[in-house]
Design a protein around this ligand. Sequence first.
Ligand SMILES: [Zn+2]
Ligand SMILES: [Zn+2]
Length: 346
Amino acid sequence: MSALTMPAAVIIARGKVEVQEVFEPHPGFGEVRIRVHATGVCGTDLHLLEGHFGAKFPLIAGHEISGVVDELGAGVLELKEGDQVAIDPNLSCGQCHYCQRNLFQHCVHHEALGVTLPGGFSRYVIAPARNVYQAQGLTLDQAAFAEPLGCVAWGMRRLKPESGSTALVFGAGAIGLLLMQGLLASGCSSVTVIDPVESRLELARALGAAQTFAPHPELFQELCDLHPYGFDITAEATGIPEVVESLAKYTAVAGKILVFGVAEESIRVQISPYELFRRDLTMLGSFALNSSVPLALEWLRTGRVRVEDLITHRLGLGGVEQALNLKANPGMAGAQKVLIQPWETV
Ligand SMILES: [Zn+2]
Ligand SMILES: [Zn+2]
C-alpha cells in the first residue's frame, strides 16, 4: 500500500506557518476520518502560533471543523461514510476526577484536535466517533460553527438567564455576535451591544441586537438614561481588562456578570467585593463547551442563531497565515469569521 500524502498548513515554529505535504491519516479503533469542508480560524489559533497554551510544534492547528465522514475505523457504531458532520475537538479521558463529575472540559488528560493533536487546517482529520455529531439539516458552513457556538451554549448553561432578562454585551466580533444570539435564544428579551466598529454594530442589529453603541465618554450616562436600574445580565467578549472591570456598574441589582472573552493570563482587574455583596451580584466564568454541541446545532437548525453573515473570508490552506494576521487585527480588515477550506487553492 503506497502512503499517500495531503497538504496541510503546519505551524513549524513560533510565528511560522508553512503548507507541507504530510501523510494522510487513517482512523484507528473507534475513530473516523473526516474530509474537511471548512475550519474556522479563532483567537486560540493565534495564541498557539505565538507559542501559548503549551503549543508543541510542528502542529496542524484548527479546531472549528466541519466535513464529511470519509473512512470508518473498527468499532464505529453510529456513523457511516458520507455523513455530514460537526466536530467537538475536545477529547477527555472519561476516568479522571473531573470527567467522573461530568466536567469533561476540565479533564486532567485533556487533548484537543488542532491544539495538541492534528486539526482542521488539513484536508483530512481523524476524530473519535464520540466527538463527531450529525449535521443533517445544516450546511457544512453552519456546522463549522459548532465549536464556538458550543462555547456560547455552555456559557448559557452556566448563566441560566431568566426569561425576559435584559442583557448588555461588549464586543461584536464573531464570538460576541454568537453570544448575543445565544442570549436571545436562551430567553433574554433584549440585548444591547457595544463595539467601536460601526460595520459590526450594523451586523449586530441585523442579527437581533435591540440597540448598539460605540464606546464614548458619556456611554455610561447614556445607558443609565435608557436603563436606570442596569441590565439583568452583562457580558463581555473582548478579553479587555477595562471592559471586565466596568461590567459591575452596568449590572442591575441581583444581576449576573459573564466573563466570556479570553484575557491575557497575567491580567488583573479591580473588583469591589463590597459592590458584589451589597448589590447581590453574581460573577461567572465559562470555559470551553462541555457537551454543548447538540444545543449549538439545535440553535443553528432552528435558525435561532444565524452564522452565514459572520463569514467574511474564505481562504485555502495557503491563506492560514493571512487569516491569522486578520485575526490579530480584526477591526482593521472588517474580518469576522475566516473559514479555511483545505480543498480550495488560494
Ligand atoms: Zn475556537
Ligand atoms: Zn478526564
